[in-house]
Design a binder for this molecule. Structure first.
Ligand SMILES: [Zn+2]
Length: 377
């Protein structure tokens, strides 16, 4: 231990080398943490896992001296000055980096406030996320905030003006535009995404200028959605295969794949597997209409309670159901997985049938037309 009983540091490890950044990126659309764009920075803090702001004299004074406006941060205490109280009582470097990154952006006039710090896979590893208005500013603010905090712990912080000058210069240049094209449908899940996109295309979906976007869960985790809004989205399963172990536990996995629901416009459609109730609930909370599919006949009462439309397989045929009744979706073929066929058929059917501004009868007729024209049977 490097800290004596009196709270005075012995030989503190050099914060500049002890604390390392391992991941740094910005998300554009809805993401695992927030519906707003965030910057994510992962750090390994080494010996500073046990050394708080209260252990090192002068840290709080240096940070508040350089950024008096930190007094506005309410933090978990919930009142003005809350974060400064946390600094005095003793809080740890990742949490301080989160607040400094937000404050650096606030000081250049960006209206940001959302931030979170969480432990990572191993002790001493942390994930910090915070809101940004401009992604280059967010990414640079992460690195500059870490530098400011390292210098506060090293006793060498005097001013944040150079950091602010740099961020202002970045903010003066427009950021790369997000994907503005009309996105009809996003597709995620651990398997069959590309096949589902092909199947939708064969049903006349995602041709012309409408995009159908295959979004791998690992991409969502790293970058968030690559578009801002879609009309519909399909979650093929809640078992992402391309993400670190901790994001495969059921709660995190369903939260991750459900990010596509955050991108669906209000009243748009989210197609989810039967019995994936967490995904269904999140979609409903995001303002989506929900449609539920199964590759057998096993759609439960709980599924039907949430769903405005459903699809299942009975006697080798796809059955499509919504409020107007039950419709034949054609025979299940051998050339591609039933999941792909049922989910795609339901998506095409549901987008038409659940269109809120459309006469209900006409909606189902158009959906059927798609199904028969493109030869599912
Ligand atoms: Zn806080």
């Amino acid at each position: 231990m490097t800290v004596s009983d009196t709270g005075k540091p012995g030989a503190l490890p050099d914060p500049a080398t002890e604390i390392r950044m391992t991941t740094l990126h910005a998300t554009r659309g809805a993401n695992y943490w927030s519906r707003r764009p965030v910057t994510r920075v992962d750090v390994i803090v080494g010996a500073y896992d046990d050394i708080s702001s209260a252990h090192v004299p002068g840290v709080t004074a240096a940070l508040v001296g350089a950024m008096p406006s930190l007094i506005e941060h309410r933090c978990s205490i919930g009142e003005r000055g809350g974060f400064i109280i946390r600094l005095r009582r003793g809080t740890y470097i990742p949490h301080i980096v989160e607040h400094v990154a937000l404050e650096l952006q606030t000081l250049i006039g960006h209206d940001v406030g959302y931030g979170r710090t969480r432990g990572g896979d191993v002790p001493g590893e942390y994930t910090i996320v915070f809101e940004h208005m401009h992604e280059e500013v967010g990414i640079r603010a992460a690195a500059l905030a870490l530098d400011v905090v390292q210098r506060a712990f090293a006793g060498t912080l005097d001013s944040v003006e150079p950091a602010l000058a740099e961020l202002r210069a970045l903010a003066a240049h427009p950021q790369a535009a997000p994907l503005k094209a009309h996105v009809l449908c996003g597709i995620t899940g651990g398997a069959w995404r590309a096949e589902t996109r092909t199947e939708l295309a064969s049903r006349g979906f995602g041709v012309d200028d409408d995009l159908v976007v295959d979004v791998a869960p690992g991409y969502i985790l790293q970058a968030g959605l690559p578009y801002s809004r879609s009309d519909a989205a399909i979650v093929l399963d809640d078992q992402p295969t391309d993400v670190p172990e901790r994001y495969r536990d059921p709660e995190r996995a369903s939260r991750l794949v459900s990010v596509v629901a955050d991108g669906v416009r209000s009243g748009g459609l989210l197609v989810a597997p039967a019995k994936s109730w967490d995904v269904q609930d999140r979609a409903r909370d995001a303002g989506c209409r929900v449609a539920v599919f199964a590759t057998d006949a096993n759609i439960t009462a709980r599924d039907k309670k949430v769903a405005g439309a459903a699809a299942w397989v009975e006697d080798g045929r796809i059955v499509l159901e919504h409020v107007d009744g039950v419709v034949d979706g054609g025979a299940v073929r051998d050339d591609v997985a039933p999941t792909v066929q049922v989910a795609a058929a339901l998506c095409v059917f549901g987008v038409e049938a659940l269109r809120p501004d459309q006469h209900p009868g006409r909606g189902s007729a158009r959906a059927l037309e798609h199904v028969s024209t493109h030869g599912v049977g």
